[in-house]
Design a protein around this ligand. Sequence first.
Ligand SMILES: [Zn+2]
Length: 385
Amino acid sequence: MRTRRGIAALLGALCLAAGSCDRPTTDGSRLEGPRIWMTAPSQMPAWIAPTGRLDDDVVSVTILATATTRTRVSIEVRDAADALLVDIDAPEQSPNRVLGTTAGVLSGTIPSSSAALPLAGNYRVGASATGDGDVVVSVWTKHASSGHRAPRTQDLPLVVFTVGDTRPDEVRLSIALGEIGRIWRTAGIEIGEPARARIDGSEGTRFERLQIVPTLGSDSPQLGELLRLSARAPAPGLSLFLVGDISSASGSAIWALSGGIPVPPVAGTIRSGIAVNATLVDVDPVRAGQVIAHEIGHALGLFHTTEGPILRAAGTGAPRALHDQLLDTPECPAQADVAPADGVLSAGECEDHDAGNLMFWAATRGASSLSAAQADIARRSALCR
Ligand SMILES: [Zn+2]
């Protein structure tokens, strides 16, 4: 006779197989868009809310600017009071940082910085590209039931692609996924059982060993071509591509790489996902989970709490470290560069500062903490629902 407990266990097993039928974990949110317009490089920018005001429940705006060729693309964003949020000539030095690109596709989010909060009532966006041709600008607004504040809880659906002959051990892969889930749960983001897909045949062979151009990073052509295959995902979600190896021309191994900061909420672009070196999953699945969780942080719009290379201030030449633009994240000062004083801030040198944060630039094993502001930005991401 089947006991009630037996039936509950059976239902539990079915839920696991189907992906998720737990009670809803999310506060709820809805993504509106894309609203698409085309602009010639010299044209005047357009308002995101043509009616004048963004709805009162908007928690983030995601912008994707696509040129007709692989070229430098940039955007300018001003708020309703005409304050500059993204500088078209220096997107990475803007009050609301956006990663610059020469690969023809730029993605950005408002807010990426504490300075962009609370959200203004509307934004004006312009785009430019070097060379001829138009830029297509797509905009998504994310709405939540909590006013302009980030929802307290969200779900992040994932799609795991295995590429070519890459066959990670399934037990180790589930350990890695468990670690990703543990880390993001601390930020109020629940990651369910991922959908699965394969890239086989000649494409599998072609992308199994990814080559990253050190000077290009996420703009590397082969990475972009692989991430485009996210269009084949069997379900909506953030695509993770497990490949046999990722290496750079310098010969060093790369464990994982996000297509952008953020990854846009649309499949099929050169920024639509994360490439993961499956070797690490087999060697150290917990560490692999932490590395993938770091890249998911980028995909959700987070920058490094501290960057490795130390800059020199214009004029005085004083050493200056580059940090994210969130008020509550710990920062490693340039003065910590002492062991050795080589112009790069290492995890050892930043141990008393932000080396334990998931988004430290060279996060080591165990680094998995996230601040309240980081969690807030991540839950505003258009990829979460
Ligand atoms: Zn990183």
